[in-house]
Ligand binder design. Sequence first.
Ligand code: ADP
Ligand code: ZN
Length: 524
Amino acid sequence: PGEMETTSEVSLKDSLKRVFGYDNFRGKQEEIIHNILDRQNTFVIMPTGAGKSLCYQLPAIVQEGTAIVISPLIALMKNQVDQMNAVGIHARFLNSTLTKSESNRVKKDTISGIVKLLYVAPESLTKEENVAFLKQATISFVAIDEAHCISEWGHDFRPEYRRIKDIIGQLGDIPIIALTATATPKVQLDIQKNLSMDGAELYKSSFNRTNLYYEVRPKKNAKKQLIRFIKDHKGASGIIYCLSRKKVEEIAEFLRVNDINAAPYHAGMESKERMKNQDGFLNEDIDVIVATIAFGMGIDKPDVRFVVHYDAPKSIEGYYQETGRAGRDGISSNCLMFYSYNDILKLEKFNKDKAVTERENARFLLEEMASYADSAICRRKQLLHYFGEEFTVDNCGQCDNCVHPKEQFEGKEMIKLVIEAVGQTNERFDINHLAAVIIGKNTQHVKSYDHDKLDVFGKGKDISDENLWRSVIRQTLLHEFLKKDIENPSVFKVSKKGQEFLKKPYSHMLSKDHEHTAEGDNEE
Ligand code: ADP
Ligand code: ZN
């Protein structure tokens, strides 16, 4: 087919219908595809289920040559390739599961030009023999799926991803499309830097999952609460996430003795048993799957009606991903988390043996998780803020904090103090330091910066509750009077709105956090 025909609107839509059976593009798919066909670097940030795969599959088949798709999960690769082959697209994969002769065959077919999509694991990409092979192939573009794996600040760091850019560079001037379903502003910056695609066109769609109801409950009598919750969703499909394999087994057993059709899933199970449970869940033979976070990647069950976090997740990103498996079909679904500060302490222990920066990062992610759970601000607003998206609706009507608002208090003076503290410390400090300065705590750290001499030092000492101040600082951020430093997200800066507020402060309500203590936590 000639150049004109392949890139024209008519033929794109035509291929969409003919190959995939869809009548229309979704969201920005068409623009994205055009950008790739124009050989421009492209950056796609869309939530799971938005239709990212089509953004590289379609341009791959209407162009000469082979598109390389880098994907971190070998287990999912085969699935994707099978799906492609089922609709008549010549796709293959290259990873460590292939025998020598199988991989030779794949290479031969790629060089001859019949393979349109070649899925490659990052560790296979960086192998020298494979680089040599790729040099012989005609490559249309490289798609990097799960691009957040490139960033150590994300929740899924894969060091091999760091070498991708270098390899692509050796193959020539090839356009790149990076795709991910989660990227905080910092991770986004990291992806762009690591792939040297500053000039790339960014396509970002909203992360707001309007049909999901978010709720956090204190972890008290959690088992009893869990039974009641599941019985309220009788017969519906649901996922219960637990932190450990042992807990998974225990809860699955507990549900079964309570007449709930549940089964466990974790990486420590025999793979036959595990697959049986997964299939059972997909075919509706099993209502509730109790799982570690190993469960869910690439599982596309549209009618999951609830996701319960029996234990606190490790990060807000993880939480968003896991809850995102509910309600893919757009029908109202529930996301319930049981929370106790004890869980955070337990999770922190897991990080003990990590390298310093990794440990600090993991702790930072955990702290953010904890403040999400404690906060009485709209859950949706918090989640979206985390991904750099502003949500200005006052009451989302679809989260516990909006439906059962906590008592509010006038925050004008406190907000003012917080902004002053951030300004006077030159926008370089984290929440603990700011709180210490405000209440006038003479710590070593505060003194070493001469912050005990600032005008704002101790100005908030009438309210000596440091936790309350930390909560106010977080709310000042969530209400956009402050912003995070993108490079260093634990550091706060004053936003434009904050500067204006300082000039002319106005009434602004704040809410008291929920009180989730480690004491009195009782799961039974
Ligand atoms: P993501 O990779 O963003 O999580 P997928 O690429 O897996 O999402 O797509 C999610 C679902 O949407 C898939 O079942 C896919 O076939 C479907 N889909 C994608 N694009 C379209 C479209 N234009 N019209 C209808 N369905 C689509
Ligand atoms: Zn809300």
